[in-house]
Design a protein around this ligand. Sequence first.
Ligand code: PEP
Length: 248
Amino acid sequence: MARKLAAGNWKMNGSVAALAEVDALVADLPTGCEVLLCPPATLIAPMVARAGGSGLQVGAQTCHSAASGAHTGDISAAMLAEAGASHVITGHSERRTDHGETDAEVAAQTQAVLEAGMIAIVCVGETEAERDADVTLQVITTQLAGSIPDAAEPTRIVVAYEPVWAIGTGRTPTLDQIAEVHAHMRAELSARMGESAAHDIPLLYGGSVKPGNAAEIFAVADVDGALVGGASLKAADFGPIAAALAAS
Ligand code: PEP
């Protein structure tokens, strides 16, 4: 059985003042699941300090695949680890779209995350056009195969299924559609890594998860948690989502 993870992605939002949300979140942190926030890179170290020994984990949203070098504006996995990050999101659809990141680049970043001793949250998901064309499962197969490096240790991989059309839109797939994709991901990972290893990999759903729909999503087979964007910015929203996961 995979461990449960409630992960929040602050994207390019937040400030030192917003760290007050950490105080509110850790005041009522559930014990039945792991809870992670991924703020902008500038807030990682201050958020780690603010979280103290609460158990709240802090991660990053992307990294460069190289260890160092002439890559102006980029940040390496080792730098994020040094700042206190435990996880790094790789292959988020906004990175794939805004920065043209390919599966091969995502795999290289994921490898860098693992080499720096952190856990990679590898994102996959179809566009609306791909869902309408009924090629969702093929897209997921291709992205999974291309974005997870061959040498990846299953214990340090998390996979997030994030339909692009559900991110930030208030729209979600049906529970049957989520179940279908998660079962497919589990089967693909089993075929590649073996059944036991694949069952240890947390599979997160992401896309317009809110306090009002979290419990029904967490009741879906093979959903081990969520990657949450907008609703992770406020402890009043993210706290209840994490609590619903802990109770599931
Ligand atoms: C995300 O960007 O990973 C995400 C799931 O966003 P939201 O929850 O806002 O849809």
